[in-house]
Design a protein around this ligand. Structure first.
Ligand code: SDX
Length: 392
């Protein structure tokens, strides 16, 4: 009914998957969601439109988008008892661990979203998580800041409501800042999907056992947390702050990144697929300049980032290995300008990636794919006889 993929019972999992959602060309630095270039979507669409596009395959018309948002608003309540689970965490708990746990815990309050067998069940599970996830994201930040939890306002747009739930101060009016909302919306679009990356593959393989959508997303959140993956945006800021504290000595960190005896890597550089500029990094770099300019923020960290990028792009070690800035290199600078704490950066990545994870899980289920079962090349011992303990 909405560009759905027909069931393909004969599909055999060959270890890699076929997908119609996102196209990447790592050599040319191309990224498209359902055939639309990321540059156009970031510039002309909003996050909810892009979420609909990724999940259902087509850009929504006005009525479809309105209905999608209305359906989401109907499900935006998170059970009060979920607060007891949130309260059980120490304030010092990393928000990614809290978010992964809360996303999994949602199942207890939405049991009908576990075994989806029809497209109707699937749609309801998708609407529920699209509605409740922003609340959980906001709750993780407010928990960390010791702020009372906010339930949002259905009269606001999807991203505006997320921002309000995250930032509304008790006893103060929520004041919308257009620059901030547009920057957040663009960042979420740029993170929305990225083909079969580590966390998306985790969502697909977890979902392939017919574990529910929410627990598959919880697994994806855990995979995203790693500093080699989505956790890199937090690691980039920590690296840039360390360089700033070191008097801006970028060469020292470049040398560390090139030293094979030093585990340090230049965070925000390199990619498993892109051997050219990550197209998202180019857009985010421009947006960082725009947002900081519009907000009148002079952030020395941005200058250090640009200096580091310049040095790296001219350094033979990076040039020979085709190491370019990726999506995580500049995103943290914008999150910081929006007042988002560093530990929340990867949570924001998860918020952006939510529709992509949902779309990939839905595609896998609608294609009737068998349970994921990667094979291996065995490199262990050949068969050998047992040795009794007293002879070892
Ligand atoms: C994301 O897959 C996706 O699509 C992910 C993502 C998404 O949207 O889902 O795009 C999001 O995860 C982006 C990546 C964020 N991670 C970081 O920024 C962490 C820093 N980058 C790296 O650790 C690394 O580049 C990876 C993990 C991203 C890729 O690792 P690989 O596959 O090992 O990199 P490679 O094979 O291209 O490495 C080639 C060489 C190696 O050196 P040699 O053995 O040839 O001497 O480059 C070196 C690597 O050691 N290298 C780096 C480096 N990245 C690779 N050296 C220093 N600093 C780096 N950042």
């Amino acid at each position: 009914t909405t560009g759905m993929i027909t069931l393909d019972p004969g599909y055999k999992n060959t270890g890699s998957c076929e997908s119609a959602i996102t196209y990447l060309d790592g050599e040319k630095g191309i990224l498209r969601y359902r055939g639309y270039n990321i540059e156009e979507l970031a510039d002309k669409a909003d996050f909810l439109e892009v979420a609909y596009l990724l999940i259902f395959g087509e850009l929504p018309n006005k009525q479809q988008l309105k209905q999608f948002h209305e359906d989401i608003k109907q499900e935006s309540h998170v059970d009060e008892e979920m607060k007891k689970i949130l309260d059980a965490f120490p304030k010092s708990a990393h928000p990614m661990g809290v978010l992964s746990s809360l996303t999994s815990a949602l199942i207890a309050f939405n049991p009908s979203s576990v075994n989806v067998t029809s497209e109707k069940d699937m749609y309801h599970a998708i609407i529920r998580i699209m509605a409740k996830f922003p609340v959980l994201v906001a709750w993780t930040m407010r928990k960390q800041k010791g702020l009372p939890l906010d339930y949002g306002d259905d009269s606001l747009g999807y991203v505006e409501n997320l921002h309000k739930m995250m930032f509304k101060r008790p006893s103060k009016e929520y004041v919308k800042n257009k620059v901030v909302i547009e920057a957040l919306d663009k960042l979420l679009i740029l993170h929305a999907d990225h083909e079969q990356n580590c966390s998306t593959s985790t969502v697909r393989i977890t979902g392939s056992s017919h574990a529910g959508l929410f627990v598959s997303l919880s697994a994806g959140i855990s995979a995203l947390w790693g500093p080699l993956h989505g956790g890199a945006n937090q690691a980039v800021l920590e690296m840039l702050e360390a360089i700033a504290a070191d008097g801006g000595d970028t060469q020292k960190y470049m040398n560390k990144a090139k030293d094979k005896n030093d585990p340090f890597r230049l965070m925000g550089f390199g990619h498993r697929v892109y051997k050219n500029f990550d197209p998202r990094a180019k857009i985010i770099k421009r947006a960082a300049d725009e947002v900081l300019g519009d907000l009148g923020i002079e952030d020395p960290i941005l200058s250090i980032a640009k200096g580091l990028e310049k040095v790296a792009l001219e350094d033979p070690y990076f040039v020979d290995r085709k190491l370019y800035p990726n999506v995580d290199f500049y995103s943290g600078i914008i999150y910081r300008a929006l007042g988002i704490p560093t530990e929340m950066f990867t949570v924001m990545f998860a918020m952006g990636r939510l529709p992509g994870w949902i779309a990939q899980w839905r595609e896998m289920r609608l294609r009737g794919e068998p349970i994921g079962r990667p094979r291996q090349v065995y490199i262990g011992e050949n068969q050998r006889p047992f040795v009794p303990l007293n002879k070892r």
